[in-house]
Design a protein around this ligand. Structure first.
Ligand code: TYD
Length: 211
C-alpha cells in the first residue's frame, strides 16, 4: 500500500523556507516521487483575512487571530493535506501548526493562549512525518528579509517578536522535528535537507510511490 507523507517546513521569517521547499520538491520529482507543495496561511477566505492582518496586527485580539489560523488550517487539512497524503503523495507544506504555537503562543503569565493550549487546539491536524525546522539568528533573518527581498518588515516580523518566536521554536521537542542550520549558503542547506528527507523516505513503511 502506498502511504503518503507530510513534511512541514518551519522557522522564523527570512530563513529561506519557501526557496528550500521548492528546491526539494524539484529534487523529489526528478527522483520519481509524486509531490504536492502547499503553504499556510492558505488562499482561503481565512488566509486572506490573515494577510490583511499583517498590515495592522492590532486590528484584532490574540484570540481572534488564533481562531483565523485554526480555521484556515482546518480547511487546508480537510481539502488538501489529508486527501493528497491518502493518495500517496509527498505533501510539502510551507508552515504548519508549529508556526501557530511559536507565533501565537504566549509565555506563562502573559495574556493570550499558551503554547501547550495551541498544540491541543491543533489536535485535528495530522502530525507530520517530518518537520524541517530551519534555524537562524533573528538578526541574520531580518537582514536577509531587508536586503534579499528588499521588503519592509510587516507587523509579524518585528525584531523583538521574531526573537521570541525563535526562542519558542527552540523549545519544541517532538521527535519528528529535524533542525537544520539555515545560516549556511543555500546549497549546503538544501543538501542537508535532502539527506534528512531521503533517509526518512527510505525508512518509511509502505512509502515507495516512485513511479
Ligand atoms: P510566511 O510563510 O512568511 O508567508 P508569506 O511568504 O506569504 O509572507 O508567513 C506569513 C506570516 O504568518 C509569518 O510572519 C508567520 C505568520 N504565521 C503565524 O503567525 N501563525 C501561523 O500559524 C502561520 C501559518 C503563519
Amino acid at each position: 500500500m502506498n502511504t503518503g507523507m507530510l513534511i512541514a517546513f518551519e522557522g522564523i521569517d527570512g530563513t529561506g523556507k519557501s526557496s528550500q521547499l521548492k528546491m526539494l520538491a524539484g529534487f523529489l520529482e526528478e527522483n520519481g516521487h509524486q509531490v504536492v507543495t502547499t503553504f499556510e496561511p492558505t488562499n482561503s477566505s481565512y488566509g486572506l483575512r490573515i494577510r490583511e492582518l499583517y498590515k495592522n496586527r492590532s486590528s484584532c485580539t490574540p484570540d481572534e487571530e488564533l481562531a483565523l489560523f485554526l480555521e484556515d488550517r482546518r480547511l487546508h487539512v480537510r481539502e488538501l493535506i489529508e486527501p493528497e497524503r491518502a493518495a500517496g503523495k509527498i505533501v510539502l507544506t510551507d508552515r504548519y501548526y508549529y508556526s501557530t504555537a511559536a507565533y501565537q503562543g504566549t509565555a506563562a503569565g502573559e495574556a493570550g493562549p499558551d503554547v501547550e493550549d495551541i498544540f491541543a487546539l491543533n489536535s485535528f491536524a495530522p502530525q507530520p512525518e517530518l518537520v524541517i525546522l530551519l534555524t537562524m539568528e533573528p538578526e541574520l533573518s531580518i537582514e536577509r528579509i531587508r536586503q534579499g527581498r528588499g521588503e519592509e518588515l510587516n507587523d509579524f516580523e518585528q525584531f523583538e517578536q521574531l526573537r521570541q518566536v525563535a526562542e519558542r521554536f527552540a523549545l519544541f521537542d517532538d521527535p519528528c522535528i529535524c533542525r537544520i542550520d539555515a545560516s549556511r549558503d543555500m546549497k549546503q542547506v538544501q543538501d542537508a535537507i535532502r539527506a534528512v528527507v531521503e533517509e526518512k523516505i527510505s525508512r518509511f513503511p509502505g512509502k515507495s510511490n516512485v513511479e
